[in-house]
Design a protein around this ligand. Structure first.
Ligand SMILES: Nc1nc2c(c(=O)[nH]1)N[C@H]1C(S)=C(S)[C@@H](COP(=O)(O)OP(=O)(O)OC[C@H]3O[C@@H](n4cnc5c(=O)[nH]c(N)nc54)[C@H](O)[C@@H]3O)O[C@H]1N2
Ligand SMILES: Nc1nc2c(c(=O)[nH]1)N[C@H]1C(S)=C(S)[C@@H](COP(=O)(O)OP(=O)(O)OC[C@H]3O[C@@H](n4cnc5c(=O)[nH]c(N)nc54)[C@H](O)[C@@H]3O)O[C@H]1N2
Ligand code: SF4
Ligand SMILES: [Mo]
Length: 741
């Protein structure tokens, strides 16, 4: 590998990944990344993040060695240690806490879906702790996945891949041309948009997609369920549904018809701010134009009635006969399932101890796809010791101080831990609160299978290690090293063995994988399996009844509503009118930037140059009321906290809505915290109840806020004299939490 020039086929992972790439190396150094023209999903294209991979790989600020804390917690003083010292210390602390409190007092954390996602869960299960958590759990993708599994036996994904393309595309709370690949690959979406006859976009902001839409429904944030229910009402009342599909393949249609009877477009107009005629038109357009596909995103998942919202929206392609049809919503493809070793389950008794298992049964319970702990309950348990203490957190690839709701409380909890390990590519505001920091390998330094599009995959790519810098290791390797020290069985003893088992299991279902090892796949680059349609006609749907369960007996058995219903966001002009007088705008956070991946890449010059500062989107009419001009620093305040971002005045947002970008910290600010208290959106969000009854989801969007210009003296920090808050909040007494819903 080290001599001369070489070109490797691989898969980019600067985001959730999936674009086939060619990696050019010279004497072991990576010299260029280009799109692989053979790759079926991106056909030679890459985005600016992918093109910046080398700046990331060779960045001087990368973590190079394991380090341990020398100063006080949070002061940012660390010293280099060896891997053996680090791993021995971690293993010893785990054993100590297990002996004193039980293994459930060790929590295992991670961030959004990266190469090590299932390996982290597997490690937690092998260790025997039920308390695995991640910052996207219950509010990103999992609600869509779990709801679809309950309803249809699998996630419906837009079919951009066959000969027939969608005639109508309904894009809901999603901006895939920026945020793909996340259930789709953005280049495929762009290709399809040229052919779509009817593009319907549901978004409070006039996004690039909304600008080219035939119908743009500018919704009040957090009211998507009302819109979906009223569209179902039109489709059912006007008999626009696919009668044959509904009668043969669905369960509970009459119950659904009854449940949505009163959810008329007129009712929804007052709630959603969308004209009743527009709602009717959207429903009719979607029903009349076959094939129609649904492209839905995370915006419908970050409020506390998200399971029912997602379910209601998913009924639209079901009733209109667009499931598993060419150009509609494909479903049930799963060419390379996670290896059985990685799906190892915990004993029932241990599972019952999982924080949240007694309340949020769909996600924390034993039948969940990835049973996980309830995020807010983990932080509460750290702070209060109730229902039992969480003493340690081992965190792999998560900048939780910026990505979990209610950063002040997250800070208090991380500071209160007895033992905190963070593994990351860079030092971040979160890693700097740790006792030990481990240096993680970046995507060009590790092997993995990239299986896309998520939810209904039909392409498997080999992402391969082409170099390895400093003392970085992959997260999987750390799990294997720790497993050896702790004498626990992961089901394999090397990463290659795990990948080979996974390919072998894929071969049980798809002949394309017969005899294929990871080494052989590296040469090929990828395997693509043709999309199959109408699978339910032979096998039925993968639900207890074999049909699409509009009425969910599963939810009913668990004690949840078997049919969707509307619930007003808990903090809103309608549910908290008094608070609304003080905080008169609706806050949304986090719409994706094409140049960043959440909190990542603020230190990559090519990317930062394109999006240099945190920007808050405000309608010019709203800004004018406060004398706010383009580029002014603005205070954005919620009942929980106050941050500053710079004004981007735009008519593309509703005057009643404020949008702040998330994930902002300032790696260039070398002081402890890296400016995390200045512009971090999660100082505004809410981790307290109410939660989604079945999933425990908290609120990252559809909250209330107010704005003010950052002016002068009254805003200055008393100590620093600056108008920017640079200090962490004081760590007060542990907060007492009431667990009732
Ligand atoms: N470049 C880039 N790509 C990414 C990421 C990234 O950070 N950067 N993150 C990845 C991850 S983990 C995820 S989850 C996905 C998310 O990606 P998407 O699912 O596309 O989600 P967002 O971009 O957060 O929001 C999509 C749209 O929802 C709108 N919106 C906000 N509130 C509401 C609401 O209440 N209702 C409706 N209908 N719309 C609303 C916003 O205005 C925005 O245009 O992106 C993934 N891809
Ligand atoms: N206000 C608000 N908050 C949000 C959201 C929002 O829309 N609004 N979105 C939420 C969603 S959908 C998600 S998914 C979460 C994402 O939450 P996170 O996953 O925590 O966010 P990231 O910034 O993507 O990643 C965290 C860290 O992982 C490191 N990293 C990258 N690759 C690796 C690796 O291979 N190994 C290791 N060990 N480290 C690695 C990065 O350097 C980074 O510091 O944020 C959530 N938070
Ligand atoms: S979209 Fe994601 S996978 Fe594709 S090139 Fe960009 S960063 Fe890489
Ligand atoms: Mo996410």
């Amino acid at each position: 590998m080290n001599n001369g020039m070489k070109i490797y086929k691989s898969a980019c992972r600067m985001c959730h990944g999936g674009c086939g790439v060619l990696v050019y190396t010279e004497n072991g150094n990576v010299t260029a990344i280009k799109g692989d023209p053979d790759s079926p999903l991106n056909k030679g294209k890459i985005c600016l993040k992918g093109a910046s991979s080398l700046e990331h790989l060779y960045h001087p600020d990368r973590l190079k060695y394991p380090v341990k804390r020398t100063g006080k917690k949070g002061e940012g003083e660390f010293t280099r240690i060896s891997w053996d010292e680090a791993l021995d210390e971690i293993a010893a602390q785990i054993k100590k806490i297990k002996g004193l409190y039980g293994i459930e007092s060790v929590a295992i954390g991670q961030g959004t879906g990266r190469h090590h996602y299932n390996h982290t869960i597997n490690f937690a299960n092998a260790l025997g702790t039920p308390n695995w958590l991640n910052s996207g759990e219950a509010l990103c993708f999992t609600p869509r996945l779990l709801s679809s599994m309950i309803t249809l036996g699998g996630l419906p994904v837009c079919d951009y891949y066959g000969e027939i393309k969608p005639k109508c595309l309904l894009v809901w709370g999603h901006n895939p041309v920026v945020s793909g690949p996340d259930g789709e690959i953005q280049f495929k979406v762009n290709e399809c948009l040229k052919k779509v006859e009817h593009l319907i976009v549901v978004d409070p902001r006039k996004t690039i997609m909304a600008k080219s839409a035939s119908l743009w429904l500018q919704i009040r944030p957090g009211t998507d369920n009302a819109l979906a229910l009223s569209m179902l009402n039109v489709i059912i009342n006007e008999e626009l549904y696919d009668k044959e599909f509904v009668s043969h393949w669905t369960l509970g249609f009459h119950e659904l018809a009854k449940a949505v009877k009163d959810y008329t477009p007129q009712w929804a107009e007052a709630i959603t701010w969308i004209d009743a005629d527009m709602i009717g038109k959207a429903a009719r357009t979607f029903a009349a134009n076959h094939p129609a596909a649904l492209e839905w995103g995370v915006a419908i998942e970050q409020t506390p009635n998200c399971l029912q919202t997602v379910r209601a929206i998913s009924f639209l392609p079901v009733l209109t006969g667009n499931i598993d049809v060419p150009g509609g919503c494909i479903q049930g493809m799963n060419i390379a399932p996670e290896i059985s070793a990685l799906s190892k389950r915990l004993p029932e008794e241990t599972g019952k101890k999982r924080l949240g298992a007694d309340r949020f049964k769909v996600i924390c319970g034993p039948n969940s796809l990835w049973p996980s702990a309830h995020i807010a309950s983990v932080f509460d348990a750290i702070l209060t010791g109730n229902p039992y203490p969480i003493m340690a957190l081992l965190n792999f690839g998560n900048n939780g101080l910026l990505t979990y709701a209610n950063s002040k409380k997250v800070y208090q909890a991380l500071m209160a831990l007895d033992f905190f390990v963070a593994m990351d590519i860079y030092r971040t505001p979160t890693t700097d609160l740790a006792d030990i920091i481990l240096p993680a390998a970046a995507w060009l330094e590790l092997d993995e299978l990239v299986i896309v599009p998520y939810g209904a995959p039909h392409v498997v790519l080999a992402q391969q290690q082409v170099t390895r810098l400093w003392e970085c290791r992959s997260d999987e390797e750390v799990f294997i090293d720790l497993a050896k020290r702790l004498h626990i069985d992961l089901g394999f003893t090397s990463v290659t063995e795990a990948l080979d088992i996974q390919l072998k299991e894929a071969a049980d279902h798809y002949p394309q994988f017969a005899g294929l090892t990871f080494d052989a796949l590296k040469e090929k680059g990828f395997i693509s399996v043709p999309v199959q349609y109408y699978k339910y006609r032979t096998n039925g749907f993968n639900t207890p009844s074999g049909k699409v369960e509009l009425y969910s007996q599963y939810l009913e058995t668990l004690g949840y509503n078997p049919l969707p219903y509307y619930a007003e966001p808990p903090e809103s002009p309608l549910s908290t009118p008094e608070l609304f007088r003080e905080y008169p705008y609706i806050l949304i956070t986090g719409s994706r930037s094409p140049y960043f991946f959440h909190t990542e890449y603020r230190q990559i010059p090519t990317l930062r140059k394109n999006d240099p500062e945190p920007m808050v989107e405000i309608h010019p009419d709203t800004a004018q009321k406060y004398g706010i001009n383009m580029g002014d620093w603005v205070w954005i305040e919620s009942p929980r906290g106050k941050i500053q971002q710079k004004a981007r005045l735009t008519e593309d947002i509703d005057p009643r809505v404020i949008h702040v970008t998330h994930g902002w910290w300032f790696p260039e600010d070398k002081k402890p915290g890296y400016g995390v208290w200045k512009s971090n959106a999660n100082l505004l969000t809410n981790s307290e109840k109410p939660y989604d009854p079945a999933l425990g989801t908290y609120q990252l969007r559809a909250l209330l806020c107010r704005i003010a210009p950052v002016t002068g003296d009254q805003d200055k920090d008393k100590e620093t004299g600056k108008t920017t808050p640079s200090k962490p909040p004081s760590v007060g007494k542990p907060v007492s939490i009431d667990f009732d819903l």
